[in-house]
Design a protein around this ligand. Structure first.
Ligand code: SPV
Ligand code: MG
Length: 436
């Protein structure tokens, strides 16, 4: 560190360092002693995309660039804490944050700089195609089976609680992959996708009774995987016979699926949302444990997860039964537990979670809040729940719009009146990216 020179601060979230970054670092160094902040894995995963390179590695990249005085971790997107602590004379940033979702973060940083007399220096943001291409090519690796499969476990441990939305086709996969909402300086995206048996069957006009065979279900996964990179949680229904389940596990793992969830029902499976209105039988603890054990033995990697789904509350077998099963399934090797409920209030799910967590603090808990949908992800996280699945929402929102459009056309003998329900032709053409 050169004495009496101003302190300069800038923060990076990049996975790779290219010549554009080096150029901006050189310019920042001319202003004084440069401290580089490296954004934490948690912050990047929460509001941008999964970091391809873990924090320690990204930090090491900057530590090896000559002339950088110090590299620190910036834990959150907001510059507030870092500015208050370091009080740098200059905060350097690309001018791209003047517009768009980062505007509030810039605004907050400027207010703090004014408080102690620091200055904001904004360099023109380099939009060079070659850098864009480089980053895109790097990110395409996220779709490879090994990288995709491993990401679910990492995301759960980084974020504590993740969300997943159902996808049943290439286009719903793209919606799950690309939908982003910007709010208060943060960008929100779904973490993962749920390949639901209900929605996969519905898309094929079939009942959710394990009628759509595995070959067809795998085809759906393949369609989704071809155009996306996010981790996939597969609804494996009952898992069938243990002798069949081991093949399902091997295939899913090979494809790059991260987790299969199997439910402890047996015989002709009906959708859980029917509850006790239809005849449904729960498997014995012993039998279901053997199935979990067989599945765990069949998998080759450490990343693949088998989640045991407990139907005791759906089938009104009581809390004790649900808990007994949960502990037995974990002992049999389950990597996660899904507790299902179709009550309008979350009370039984919260009671289960509280009692389960008294004995097991680490096994991830998965929930599907279709009926008790008033609960926010933040609350689930606070209660110790790790995966929140929006299990059927693209199906339930998409089909009513289609039905209404069909009715309007029939009623009016033309399509003009359905215009407002339909995406403009220009948008549908550009909906599919040229290259995923
Ligand atoms: C599915 O989405 O197929 C599920 C969840 O299994 S539920 O429909 O709630 O049973
Ligand atoms: Mg299902």
């Amino acid at each position: 560190m050169e004495k009496d020179r101003p302190i300069v601060y800038m923060c990076f979230s990049t996975d790779i360092i290219h010549s554009g970054h080096i150029a901006i670092i050189k310019k920042a160094q001319e202003l004084g002693n440069l401290i580089v902040g490296v954004l934490s894995d948690e912050a990047i995963a929460s509001y941008r995309h999964f970091p391809m390179v873990p924090f320690e590695e990204r930090k090491a990249l900057f530590e090896n660039i000559s002339g950088i005085y110090k590299v620190i971790e910036q834990k959150v997107w907001s510059y507030k804490d870092v500015l208050k602590e370091l009080k740098p004379d200059f905060l350097v940033h690309g001018d791209d944050w003047k517009e768009g979702f980062q505007k509030p973060i810039r605004h907050e940083a400027m207010e703090i700089l004014v408080e102690y007399g620091g200055k904001l220096v904004e360099f023109p943001y380099s939009k060079a195609d070659k850098y864009d291409e480089l980053e895109k090519a790097f990110r395409r690796q996220l779709a490879t089976p090994d990288m995709r499969r491993a990401r679910l476990r990492k995301l759960i441990s980084m974020k504590g609680c993740i969300n997943a939305i159902e996808a049943h086709s290439g286009i719903t996969g793209l919606i799950a992959e690309n939908t982003t909402v910007y709010d208060d300086g943060k960008a929100y995206q779904f973490d993962a996708m749920w390949v639901s048996s209900l929605c996969d069957s519905t898309a094929k006009g079939k009942p959710d009774i394990e009628l759509v065979d595995m070959t067809s279900r795998f085809r759906t996964i393949d369609d989704i995987m071809e155009v996306t990179t996010k981790p996939i949680i597969f609804d494996g229904d009952t898992g069938s016979l243990a002798e069949h389940f081991v093949y399902t596990v091997k295939s899913l793992e090979r494809m790059g699926v991260s987790m299969v969830i199997i439910e402890d029902k047996t015989g002709l499976k009906k959708n859980s949302l029917f509850g006790t209105e239809v005849k449904q039988t729960q498997d014995s603890i012993e039998n279901f444990c053997s199935k979990i054990e067989a599945g765990k033995k069949a998998q080759k990697t450490r990343d693949f997860m088998i989640c045991a789904r407990i139907e005791s509350l759906i089938l009104e077998q009581g809390m004790e039964d649900a808990l007994t099963r949960a502990f037995a399934y974990v002992r049999a090797g389950a990597d996660a537990i899904m507790i299902h409920s179709r009550k309008k209030e979350p009370d039984e799910v919260f009671e289960f979670t509280e009692k389960f967590r008294q004995q097991d603090v680490s096994t991830p808990i998965v929930v599907v809040p279709t009926s008790y949908n008033q609960v926010t992800e933040e609350e689930f996280k606070k209660r110790g729940i790790n995966v929140v699945i929006y299990a059927n929402h693209l199906t339930r929102s998409g089909f009513p719009a289609m039905k209404k459009t069909a009715e309007i056309i029939l009623k009016n003998h033309r399509s003009l009146e359905a215009n407002d329900l339909c995406m403009p032709i220009k948008d549908i053409i550009t909906l599919i990216p040229e290259e995923c």
